[in-house]
Design a protein. Structure first.
Lengths: 110, 115
């Protein structure tokens, strides 16, 4: 069973647009939701994270919107740049589990 | 800062072969992890270890063994490589004992191909 689901395997946007990556989860015990960014040939690295007590977390051009009732969240990348082209993994942790989604490959076209 | 070093970067094996992947971290983190990354399937946990000589099975442990002889190192053994298998194996570490609200720090991965 897929406990963390990312709705798009890939997403293409133009430079300057806002990229929106969606994620949903099943387990109510999850209480921390990090997003990891992975460039080709590298390991994933933490980009931004939110705790379930919050509904929004912002860090520069990156914002997480979190809906606990609906069990979904989204990562918004404002003013997308070609350098943002990478694979983004939504993850969820809680109750001694740390589960990753399948990833969304983002391509930003100049 | 610290770093996670995985060796080798590329590993080519034969069907049925036993293959060992190594990972070293200098963060002084308690917990280390092995994940398998397949295209379109995300990261799946194979084993993790919360301290030296501890081993905990993940969702994908069948066909693998792991060993944590020192706090700084964690190795993974593919007990019998499967023909045409291709995957990236990622090692990670985190500060606290066990999965929790922690950042995982990943190595660059070992890319396995089985002929």
């Amino acid at each position: 069973q897929q406990q963390v689901r990312q709705s798009s395997q890939s997403l293409t946007v133009w430079e300057g647009e806002t990229a929106i990556l969606n994620c949903s989860y099943e387990n109510s015990a999850f209480d921390y939701f990090p997003w990891y960014q992975q460039f080709p040939g590298e390991g994933p690295a933490l980009l931004i994270a939110i705790r379930s007590v919050s509904d929004k977390k912002e860090d520069g051009r990156f914002t997480i919107f979190f809906n606990k009732r609906e069990k979904n969240l989204s990562l918004h990348i404002k003013d997308s740049q070609p350098g943002d082209s990478a694979t983004y993994f939504c993850a969820a942790t809680g109750n001694y589990k740390y589960v990753f989604g399948a990833g969304t490959r983002l391509k930003v076209i100049a | 800062g610290g770093i996670i070093t995985q060796t080798p970067k590329f590993l080519i094996g034969q069907e049925g072969q036993k293959l060992t992947l190594k990972c070293q971290q200098n963060f002084n983190h308690d917990t280390m992890y092995w994940y398998r990354q397949d295209s379109g399937k995300g990261l799946r946990l194979i084993y993790y270890s919360i301290t030296e000589n501890d081993l905990q099975k993940g969702d994908l442990s069948e066909g693998y063994d792991a060993s944590r002889e020192k706090k700084s190192s964690f190795s993974l053994t593919v007990t019998s490589a499967q023909k045409n298998e291709m995957a990236v194996f990622l090692c990670a570490s985190s500060l606290d004992r066990g999965p929790s609200q922690n950042t995982l720090y990943f190595g660059a991965g070992t890319r396995l191909s089985v002929l």
